[in-house]
Design a protein around this ligand. Structure first.
Ligand code: GLC
Length: 486
């Protein structure tokens, strides 16, 4: 009897497991998290299987985030008044009634939208993947959804599916495509969740009775059917599902229903924002770069070029190309990915200041990409900066003071030093180099002219030319042939 029960339990477990990758390996799953009603792929796959699944994503390092939707029409202004806050939150920040917000649809006809141009821009920027908002918190679907008619094909004069056009172009141009989906927050669907702003009070932080309803009804009639559509209607895409703002509504059992869907797509990479106790694949620090990254976890810092994700007509606070590139280098040196956002306007055009900066980043990567893509984190660490003895943050913890002289990334036989602050006399010193340096050159020097290298007990000294090749970052390559190559 007991044996029968055990095999029954065994069979049940097998049935709920995600489709295993490739060959059956003897390796035990990395770990099993008992409190997951449905085991996710992260709970069952072996380290080798995970490494295979995450490989493209880890090598990519740099992606484009696209926040685009109905909110691109008001662009931060409602009834002639600016609504402060990030553009895609205008409905919540402005307490805009559902009917008034839905009345935007007849005005949404972005004929300037070109999937070809957007994918080509991402490619010219050196980005390897794109994540676009399929549905944001406002509940409007930027794709052809049979599950709900509040979408760009059924409700607007545009009548085209930008996700399909992007999928076709990404396939053509060799870029991976992912979808952002607001699984909990939905400010137009009855029962959808809402995070609090203004005086939007409990029990559900709604500001219009039309938003009231049952969360399970919202989940089963809109969110889950739409996630199914996104997972099945775009060929091999999405490569990534990017969830956001999990709320207490997303309990373990509810999240498990979504995980059961995700398990049917074993190559999918999904983030840590589903909720219900599921950690997903990637940590997602927002608008910040963690001082030491997330050792042992895959992570992706998502950031705006100005201060908003969705287009806001008066937000001209665009970061410099220098800041954006040094962020990418800093993040890569800590083993993370950079998901950099663009906010197309109501006509589907990416603002020129954003496009220009991306092209300039691409120009640098065209010369120095070897020091970014498919590299490992720094072997040093002190170059990042240090925790201040005196300055404390709001929680009273020492604040981290970053240093911006140089960063480092690594390959098995090379160490890359991305120099921001060029030493006045060209003399560059490294205290402790954990490998034997057999030679050095500048990556941006087509001739790779050998530089003078001196290794002493005090460290390694490299004589650089007097001037940097690139004021934003010049890459010094230290050749460190492994023992077998020497
Ligand atoms: C936050 C914002 C959301 C944005 C996301 C991007 O969660 O609420 O609007 O899409 O960050 O990371």
């Amino acid at each position: 009897m007991k044996v029968a029960l055990r095999t029954l339990a065994g069979v049940a477990l097998l049935l709920s497991l995600p489709v295993m990758h490739g060959q059956a390996t003897p390796h035990k799953p990395r770990h099993v998290t008992p409190d997951h009603p449905v085991l996710a792929i992260q709970d069952t796959e072996t380290t080798a299987q995970r490494d295979a699944r995450m490989q493209w994503w880890r090598e990519a390092r740099f992606g484009m985030f696209i926040h685009w939707g109905l909110y691109s029409i008001p662009a931060g202004v409602w009834n002639g008044k600016p609504v402060l806050g990030i553009g895609e939150w205008i409905m919540n920040n402005g307490s805009i009634p559902v009917a008034d917000y839905e009345a935007l649809t007849p005005k949404f006809n972005p004929t300037g939208f070109s999937a070809h141009d957007i994918v080509a821009l991402a490619k010219s920027a050196g980005m390897k993947y794109i994540v676009i908002t399929a549905k944001h918190h406002d509940g409007f679907a930027m794709f052809d959804s049979k599950a709900n008619s509040f979408n760009i094909v059924d409700a607007t004069p545009f009548k085209r599916d930008p996700l399909r056009e992007l999928a076709d172009e990404c396939r053509k141009q060799g870029i991976k495509l992912g979808f952002y989906y607001s699984q909990d927050q939905d400010w137009t669907a009855p029962g959808g969740a809402a995070l609090k702003t203004n005086n939007h009070d409990l029990p559900n932080h709604h500001w219009d009775p039309a938003q009231d309803g049952d969360f399970d009804a919202y989940l089963h009639t809109k969110a889950i059917p739409q996630i199914k559509e996104l997972l099945t209607n775009y060929g091999e895409f999405p490569s990534i599902l990017w969830f956001d703002t999990p709320t207490p509504d997303m309990t373990g059992p509810r999240a498990a229903e979504i995980v059961a869907l995700l398990n049917q797509h074993p190559n999918l990479v999904w983030n840590n924002r589903l909720g219900g106790g599921y950690k997903g694949d990637t940590e997602t620090p927002e608008q910040t770069i963690p001082p030491q990254g997330y050792p042992g976890r895959d992570w992706e810092s998502c950031m705006t070029i100005n201060r908003t994700w969705g287009f806001v007509s008066y937000d001209k606070m665009f970061k410099s190309t220098e800041t954006l590139l040094r962020n990418l280098i800093d993040i890569s040196s800590k083993g993370g990915n950079y998901l950099l956002n663009v906010g197309p306007d109501a006509n589907g055009i990416i603002p020129a200041p954003e496009a220009d900066r991306l092209r300039q980043m691409g120009a640098w990567l065209a010369v120095n990409g070897e020091a970014i893509y498919n590299t490992q984190p720094t072997l040093f660490g002190a170059e990042d900066g240090a925790y201040s003895e005196t300055v404390k943050d709001a929680q009273g913890k020492p604040t981290f003071v970053p240093a911006w002289n140089w960063r480092s990334t690594t390959r098995p036989d090379k160490i890359y030093i991305e120099i921001f602050n060029w030493p006045p006399d060209g003399a560059f010193h490294l205290d402790k180099v954990p490998r034997t340096v057999s030679g050095a050159y500048l990556l941006g020097d087509p001739a790779h002219k050998p530089l003078k290298v001196a290794t002493t007990a005090a460290g390694v000294d490299i004589q650089l030319p007097n001037h940097a090749l690139d004021p934003i970052a010049t890459v010094l390559v230290l050749m460190t042939p492994s023992a077998s190559q020497q």
